[in-house]
Design a protein around this ligand. Structure first.
Ligand SMILES: *Cc1c(COP(=O)(O)O)cnc(C)c1O
Length: 427
């Protein structure tokens, strides 16, 4: 098997003789067939091939295959956003009357998706602390629970998920663990190796890395045995009458059932396919992901160490700092680095945090994170503003939290900018 570095550069697209070296942009919606019969076999899922870009497109497939290989999965698909990836991953196995258990330390958009929008669809949820014990997690699971969900490194709380513990309890119960691996990327952590069954991504972040295309991905480990829990997952283990009576787990096996169902059913009915143009841009990002993640992680650690020693900084959260509550878990799950995102509070609380943001010169104020350019955000007044103070604290987002996303510039320049901003704060 190729190394991560080589897969980043060369994975997914394997041209034959006189084929284009780069993955081409198949900017077409439809394909042509010699006979009606050949087209029918595709529609019956009896043959693989392309018929409509909402369901599959060769550019998208090549990029999904690269991400699949990077995560060590059996099958993968791209979605038009990270939101769509997490929604599809959950909705592929949970329906009205079902229940999901999720870590409370997750991205604000995913929290709203699970707590509000999926609740409106009749899917209940229970949130648990990412630091819960095995028994606390067990207590959250119910007979109608269909999945356990968490983020490897939570955005923006920066807690590290004990993937093995969450996987153990989920499996004991006969449900899959879904892990959003957006922040570390497979360069720094491969959740499947620790027991995760489904891995999701907002590729908008480090994978694209240049702030150019919103996107998402779902990777199936191909290890969860749906048939062994057939009663719990009828969507995968009983015939889909909306698709010629196909039984996904039978026809596509452990490795293919989940992604085939998500494509044939959810993508068909809900859309959310990325444009091939965006998949191409994502692939350009992936080609340098291993190089960029090294620099993001090194810059993150250097900046975190600087902040830790600065008198105007009240606290710093970065899992690779000794003394951080997630240091031990980071040593285990992220031995080669975590990511470029550091969070901290400024002495003087919420007002000082806002003043600090205004003083930055090189770092830009942006909702974005995990970009080549250093950027900065105050979640309580922006991305998380729908949440009450209690909900914020439960999600691990202190009201004075500043989220600094270290880019791949020189660490010296990033630190100099932070230093001048801190030093110029009014007393
Ligand atoms: C940004 C983000 C999402 C949502 O992704 P979009 O691409 O913005 O839809 C989901 N999970 C995590 C961890 C994120 O950082």
């Amino acid at each position: 098997m190729a190394t991560t570095e080589t897969t980043c550069v060369q994975g997914g697209w394997h041209p034959g003789d006189k084929d284009p070296r780069q993955v081409p942009i198949y900017q077409n919606t439809t394909w042509k067939y010699a006979t009606g019969e050949s087209m029918s076999r595709l529609f019956d899922l009896e043959e693989s091939g392309y018929f409509y870009t909402r369901l599959a497109n060769p550019t998208n497939d090549a990029v999904a295959a690269k991400i699949c290989e990077l995560e060590g999965g059996s099958a993968a698909m791209l979605t038009s956003s990270g939101q769509a990836a997490n929604f599809f991953a959950l909705f592929n196995i949970a329906q009205a009357g079902d229940h999901i258990v999720s870590s409370s330390a997750i991205y604000g958009g995913t929290y709203n998706l699970i707590a509000t929008t999926m609740a409106r669809m009749g899917i209940e949820s229970t949130f648990v602390s990412p630091d819960c014990t095995e028994d606390e997690l067990r207590a959250a699971l119910k007979p109608n629970t269909k999945a356990v969900f968490g983020e490897t490194i939570a955005n923006p709380a920066l807690s590290v998920l004990d993937i093995e513990l969450f996987a153990r309890v989920a499996h004991e119960f006969g449900v899959p663990l879904i892990v959003d691996n957006t922040f570390p990327t497979p360069v720094n952590c491969r959740p499947i190796e620790w027991g995760a069954d489904i891995v999701t991504h907002s590729t908008t972040k480090y994978m694209d890395g240049h702030g150019s295309a919103v996107g998402g991905a779902i990777v199936d480990a191909g290890k969860f045995d749906w048939m062994a829990h057939a009663e719990r997952f009828p969507g995968l283990t009983q015939p889909d009458e909306s698709y010629h009576g196909v039984t996904y787990a039978e026809q596509f096996g452990l490795g293919g059932a989940f992604i085939t169902k998500a494509t044939a059913q959810l993508m068909r009915d809900l859309g959310s396919i990325p444009s091939p143009q965006n998949a191409f841009l994502l692939n350009l990002g992936l080609e340098s992901l291993h190089v960029r993640m090294r620099q993001h992680s090194a810059n993150g650690l250097e900046v975190a160490r600087f902040l830790q020693d600065h008198p105007r900084v009240s606290w710093v959260r970065y899992c690779e700092l000794e003394g951080d509550p997630y240091y031990e878990l980071a040593q285990k799950y992220l031995p080669n680095g975590s990511c470029g995102v550091v969070s901290f509070g400024v002495v003087g609380g919420r007002a000082a945090a806002e003043e600090f943001m205004g003083r930055l010169q090189m770092a830009s104020i942006a909702t974005h994170v995990a970009d080549a350019r250093t950027c900065c955000l105050h979640p309580a007044s922006t991305t998380h503003r729908q949440m009450t103070d209690d909900e914020l604290i439960a999600a691990g987002v202190e009201p004075d939290l500043i989220r600094l996303s270290c880019g791949i510039e020189s660490a010296c320049d990033i630190i100099a900018d932070i230093e001048q901003a801190l030093d110029s704060l009014s007393a």
